[in-house]
Design a protein around this ligand. Sequence first.
Ligand code: TRP
Ligand code: ZN
Length: 495
Amino acid sequence: MATTPSRRQALAAAAVLLCTTAGTAACASPGGGSGASPSSAGRTVPSGATAPQPTATGSLPPGAGAPGIGDPDFPTDGNGGYDVARYHLALGYDPATRHLSGTAAIHAKATQELTRFNLDLSGFTVGRVTVDGRAARFERSGTELTVIPDRPLADRSDFTVEVAYAGEPKPVTGSSNLGTYGFIPTRDGAFVTCEPNGAKTWFPGNDHPADKALFAFEITVPEGITALANGELTGEPVTRGGKTTYSWREDHPMVTYLATMTLGRFTLREGRTASGIRNLAAVDPRFRGSLDKLHTLSGKITDHWATVFGPYPFSSTGGVVDDFSAGYALENQTKPMYGGFSPGEGIIAHELAHQWFGNSLSIKRWKDLWLNEGFATYAEWLWEEHQGDATAEQTFRLHYAAPAGDPIWAYAPGRARADDLFNDSVYTRGGMTLHALRRKIGDADFFELLKTWNREHRYGYVTTEEFTALAEKVSGEELDALFDAWLFQERKPAA
Ligand code: TRP
Ligand code: ZN
């Protein structure tokens, strides 16, 4: 199978979403003023990467961090002037009142002198902001929270900004694309899936994949509710006065859209994969019958991908099925989430492949999304091939049979469009690109490339240019024409 109907449906809907979210503030942002500070200053640009484009954010006061991280397609997503090292989120939520409150402590390093800097936060009332323990002034505009420390932060200095906030979280809605994403209240808790820029619906931060950080979560919920977050529990949950606090931490770099605090009544199954990786499956009681299958398949597939892509990058694997009928899944780090359906092998293979492609190796710019979705889609085809079902070649042919007028050929997956980011082409034509490459360079070089790609960029950032350069290096072949036809032309590539 290529994709499950549920995911395809979500993907078909994916087009309008980005303009809704980025649109309000971002699309309306003033043209690139000459005073804009280099928003990516100080960020590591891996060799071979293209230089970041300046952010179109207008002129800024001296010493101000840019209100965008420098992704030209999403000008106000993320922020400039600092690099987050660690988030510590201490949050309470009550499903009955839908009230979220707490503090976010953000440990960061300045990448320029900062008289002010921005965080992304959507909604909520901000109570108090401190920088290194001293009260700071702040301003709000749209989803930008501007923090003005009482004294400027020196370039390269480490600092901690703490934000106390409260309110009813509001997910991003109204996209005919992915429907609803971000912090989504449910009957018994919340379903929290944030790609591409919905982390700001529940915590302040640098909401763009180009700034990974470590995460610690202390989540307090009414007794009887389970709080699931990324990584591992650091101890037994503590119950006091009718409330339980769960402490989780993810000690590997993680992008903001992969963070989750999914809450509700869950049945859990814990264990280890055959190779010894911790494995946790959790299901809403409505999906009690799926628990064992989810646990077993997640373990088996994680172990298999480790033999194909290289060592599993994180400390645990697993999956969560909640009863929110999102109709989609998200590859939340260590805990993929399936929204309202019992996942089959294809989608589990897809979300677990993302632990390598997207989560360990993350994109710096959304136009490179095929590096996540094309690879995860190709992984679905590889899984079928491994199972002795359709070969990847057969699946490729099936998709290649789409007539020249099919919309998939008019959309160049190598430069995903902000207004139609999750277009089917990014998935399917992205996967076909990898198969075309495999045909050209042969299995030995192709699978060595997948491993080398992972080894060289583990926990880091990647670009399309780096991938095509590595493919040429590993194979010793000239591949410009192949990648150009498959990734960048708005027409069907020749066979
Ligand atoms: N990355 C998801 C998938 O594999 C799709 C997706 C995009 C998504 N944005 C989302 C899922 C938001 C949940 C929420 O294929
Ligand atoms: Zn995906």
